[in-house]
Design a protein around this ligand. Structure first.
Ligand SMILES: Cc1cc2nc3c(=O)[nH]c(=O)nc-3n(C[C@H](O)[C@H](O)[C@H](O)COP(=O)(O)OP(=O)(O)OC[C@H]3O[C@@H](n4cnc5c(N)ncnc54)[C@H](O)[C@@H]3O)c2cc1C
Length: 804
């Protein structure tokens, strides 16, 4: 061991070893993996070693595909056998809805370039003869599944990293981390102190403890998990070649071949936690006693689905711990305020994700950028609220128990809720609000007319759609009030505020009293935000962005802030309000405001501080619905009063409370994109159409060079609006767009346009087909639906209502 390294990776599990390998692959070879005990001594040694490419986040799924494709290379480069069995895998459907769902999964897999296919239950049982097909409704075969030897794979990564120059130091616990005056890390270990430029927390079961060494409380917890391995089974021994893995989705179990027997693992509905603060430091390569009573319900279903298990001996039980985060994806990347500390932890699917994590983190450490849209695994996707122990227990237990449970797109899950509510929560609930959750905050989806109303979980349009239609109609004909507590707001002030913002965002900076839509770019020219910049005074601005990006955006802002002259404050929870829009919105505002809000005095994109009812409000003239509208925000303490006064003033004009679902319908009628759908780190100004807000001719700004290059070269894909000949379901994110057997794009969001009576979808489509495409099909819930690219928004394409 040297006393100095460029990067110290704490933890020699599958993730730490992959991070070290990827760093060396990129040429950064002054790397040490420091391991407390032996390689694999955390969760890795007792894993089942199964892998698959499926993930609810498409970018994470692509990284899983990368992970699987890399295994043969790692094996070859290291010379270490990894026991790779690319057997493919079956997913079994146990209900008619699940069979439908498998159709949409098939369409999604094909969009990802995977040659999966559907089977009948009988065909599935022919493929894996120990399946009893009774009660099954269908199956899907995915060739990108399999399993390997966890120990071999970890040693292969470590060996390949060593060949490229990394060191692996065993039996050496990292005891503490502290900052040296020069900014490097002092890494205190059992074998002595090391100076490191960067430290990576790949400490698996101990990662929460290691995070706390630098003052970070990562939202992850260990949970025990069971599988069993049987003695030889004649029917399995008789299978020549590989046996596909099997996931019985309605049965909560997974099964893979293990020698001539099988391994059966299960995700029980009654999971438990272990050592929420992290494993004890002296925890060995230890298993817990099996808890048969607790897992009996799922085990019994497994024994029915695979009846041979009833007559075969169990060779070994494994009940070991691994870590979960609230959404089941890992925590990767830098943490705001702690330069050169990197998370690579919270990984529950190490053998599907290790290379993806390694690739992203190596890019980030070396280039300062993950190189792709890694938000789905970014440590900054959670806020401090997520590390609360009770929240963590509730959400991770929900995730664990629902691992194989079918998720409906309109389903609302209860764990950890309500966590954050606005002062209007009770009033909105009394008005019928059905809530969704955004970064812990309860946000209205729509307002049900009766307390008895219950939305059905469905893959298609739900019974709430007529209510959404009424909310849309109210906005188009009268007015709607939409709570905008879920906008993040940052105040930027100080002598250097304008100059800093001018460099930060790609648009021009507005004049005092004006608002401007401002794309924010990374150095590589990809989007970092679709902010609006509001200029309240010469050197006082508000930046408005997405609520759930607060940690992510603040990390970025902090990286860019100069040493002095600019003060940035997150005022999100201090100011809230309503977006009032519709043809009657001016009349309603006039009843509450003393200022002249006529078009001449208060034009589109103006902002002013004025009295609205009894509040001193900041009012901006803009809307997301395509109608005349105003965003009215007040100090949070007056938010509830504002609602009451708006409702009183709006009653005579037909004002209606509206929620997110109506906003989706209204914005699609105007082809307006939003962050997390049309705008993400995966896209650029040229692709998304946000280039119309980019001031290429102003001075330098972050990402200008790349944006100019894109303007010259042209973007390969562009955002378009589609009208879909949908039946009883609208398109949704990631639905593939095809011309014949060629995939030409994918949907970013879809909704029914209730005013224009069209099923609409925003989508990225290959540039070369946009002009000529006439045979386009979109796969909606797995069914091909004809679609057309619309040349302009179907509602008020010239924007006269908005400016009215
Ligand atoms: C029963 C079971 C079955 C599983 N099956 C699968 C499966 O089929 N497929 C799949 O993809 N995943 C599976 N998993 C999950 C998988 O095991 C994990 O995702 C993976 O092992 C996580 O790897 P890691 O490197 O992040 O963490 P770990 O394996 O926990 O590694 C962390 C390492 O850090 C070291 N360390 C911690 N603190 C320090 C310190 N202070 N100083 C030095 N070293 C330190 C530890 O000793 C340990 O070796 C399963 C897990 C269990 C429990």
């Amino acid at each position: 061991m040297k006393d100095q390294y460029q990067v110290v990776v704490i933890g020699g599990g599958i993730v730490g070893c992959s991070v070290a390998y990827h760093l060396t692959l990129r040429g950064l070879t002054d790397v040490a993996v420091i391991e407390r005990a032996e390689l694999t001594a955390g969760s890795t040694w007792h894993a089942a070693g199964g892998f698959h490419a499926i993930n609810s986040d498409t970018d994470v799924a692509a990284l899983q595909k990368y992970t699987i494709a890399l295994y043969p290379e790692i094996e070859a480069e290291s010379g270490q056998s990894i026991g790779l069995k690319l057997s493919g895998g079956l997913e079994l459907a146990g209900t008619p809805e699940r069979a439908e769902w498998l159709k949409s999964e098939l369409a999604w897999l094909r969009s990802m370039g995977t040659e999966a296919y559907l089977l009948t239950p009988k065909e599935a049982a022919e493929m894996v003869p120990i399946i009893d097909p009774t009660g099954l409704t269908g199956a899907l075969f995915d060739p990108h599944e399999g399993n390997l030897d966890p120990n071999g794979a970890t040693h292969a990564y470590a060996g390949a990293a060593k060949k490229r120059g990394a060191e692996v130091i065993l039996h050496n616990r990292v005891l503490s981390l502290s900052r040296l005056p020069g900014g490097q890390w002092r890494v205190e270990t059992e074998q002595g102190a090391i100076t490191a430029e960067h430290v990576v927390n790949a400490a698996g079961l101990w990662a929460r403890r290691v995070g706390k060494m630098v003052g970070v409380d990562h939202p992850l917890v260990p949970m025990p998990h069971h599988y069993l391995i049987t003695e030889a089974i004649p029917e399995v021994a008789a299978i020549e070649g590989l046996m596909p893995a099997v996931t019985d989705l309605e049965g909560f179990t997974y099964l893979q071949r293990e020698g001539d027997g099988v391994l059966l693992g299960l995700y029980e509905q009654n999971p438990r936690h272990w050592q929420v603060e992290g494993a004890p430091w002296d925890f060995g390569m230890t298993l817990f006693p099996e808890e048969i009573d607790r897992i009996m319900p799922e085990l019994s279903i497994g024994f029915e689905r695979f009846p041979v298990l009833q007559n075969v001996g169990i060779r070994r039980w494994v009940n070991g711990a691994f870590t979960f985060t609230p959404d089941g994806n890992p925590l990767v990347g830098p943490v705001a305020g702690i330069p050169n500390y990197w998370a690579a932890c919270g990984c529950m699917s190490g053998f599907s994700q290790c290379a993806g994590i390694g690739l992203v983190l190596a890019n980030w450490i070396i280039d300062g950028d993950p190189g792709l849209d890694a938000f789905g695994m970014d440590v900054a996707r959670f806020g401090p609220y997520a590390s609360n122990d009770r929240y963590l227990r509730d959400t991770t237990a929900q995730f664990y128990a629902r691992r194989f449970v079918m998720a409906y797109p309109n389903e609302q899950l209860p764990a950890g809720r309500p966590l954050k509510t606005t002062p209007c929560y009770d009033d909105l609930a009394a008005a019928g609000a059905q809530f969704s959750v955004n970064w812990g905050l309860e946000v209205p989806l729509y307002f049900a007319p009766t307390t008895e109303f219950e939305e059905n979980d469905t893959l298609g349009r739900s019974n709430a759609e007529p209510i959404v239609a009424e909310e849309v109609a109210a906005v188009r004909s009268a007015a709607g009030a939409y709570e905008i507590a879920q906008y993040a707001r940052y105040e930027v002030s100080g002598a250097g505020a304008e100059a800093w913002l001018d460099h930060l965002v790609a648009s021009r900076i507005p004049a005092v009293g004006r608002i401007r839509l401002a794309p924010m770019l990374g150095e590589a020219g990809r989007l970092m935000g679709d902010l609006s910049v509001t200029r309240l005074a010469e050197q006082r601005f508000w930046l408005t962005g997405s609520y759930y990006l607060q940690t992510w955006h603040q990390r970025w802002f902090q990286q860019q802030l100069p040493d002095g002259g600019v003060t940035l404050r997150n005022i999100t929870d201090d100011w809230m309000g309503f977006s009032l829009s519709g043809p009657a919105s001016r009349a309603i505002l006039e009843r509450l405001a003393h200022d002249d809000v006529s078009d001449a005095a208060f034009p589109f994109l103006a902002v002013r501080t004025m009295d609205v009812g009894t509040a001193r409000a900041v009012v901006g003239r803009l809307s997301l619905t395509g109608e005349l509208g105003y965003e009215i925000v007040v100090p949070t303490i007056q938010h509830r009063t504002l609602l009451q006064q708006l409702r009183e003033a709006g009653e005579a004009s037909g004002l209606r409370l509206i929620g997110d679902r109506a906003i989706d319908s209204l914005r699609l009628e105007k082809a307006y994109g939003i962050w997390n759908a049309e705008f993400t780190q995966a896209y650029t100004p040229g692709m998304s159409g946000l280039d119309r807000f980019v001031a290429f001719d102003k001075g330098d700004f972050i990402g200008r060079k790349a944006a100019l290059h894109e303007r010259e070269a042209g973007a390969a894909q562009r955002l378009v609006l589609l009208e879909v000949d949908a039946a009883d379901a609208d398109a949704s994110a990631d639905d593939g767009i095809w011309i014949g057997d060629r995939r030409v794009g994918f949907v970013t969001s879809g909704a029914y346009g209730h005013h224009v009576n069209k099923s609409l979808a925003l989508a990225y489509v290959d540039r070369e087909v946009i002009e000529s495409a006439d045979e386009i099909e979109v796969f909606v819930v797995g069914n091909a639906r004809p679609a057309r690219i619309l040349a302009e928004a179907p509602y008020d394409p010239k924007g006269s209502k908005l400016r009215g």
